[in-house]
Design a protein around this ligand. Structure first.
Ligand SMILES: [Ca+2]
Length: 102
């Protein structure tokens, strides 16, 4: 792609897409993440968000797989990441407020 250099946010978007396809392509269906592929993606790419126990892991997987079909498509993946980013932003902002109020 020509034109101006990619911004950090554009690079971030490309990384989201690349990460999805790298993990979705490890079984016969490369257009969705199976539960195993999603679990592997979270453990390798989002270690801070790995559920603490099997029950939490199941709830997390159910949350990401909105349609409940056992597969996570790209829209479900980016929606879950947007939600996690919002939570992370909230925690990050609270930490910043605590630091600046001292
Ligand atoms: Ca797959």
């Amino acid at each position: 792609m020509s034109g101006p250099a990619r911004t950090d946010l554009e690079k971030c978007m490309e990384l989201l897409i690349k990460t999805f396809h790298e993990h979705a392509g490890t079984d016969s269906n490369s257009s969705t993440l199976s539960r195993d592929e999603l679990t592997n993606l979270v453990k390798t790419q989002l270690p801070r968000f790995v559920p603490k126990d099997k029950e939490c892991e199941q709830k997390f997987l159910d949350f990401v797989d909105c349609s409940g079909d056992g597969e996570v498509d790209f829209l479900e993946y980016v929606t879950a990441l947007a939600c996690l980013t919002a939570l992370y932003h909230g925690a990050f902002t609270k930490c910043g407020q605590k630091r600046s109020s001292k």
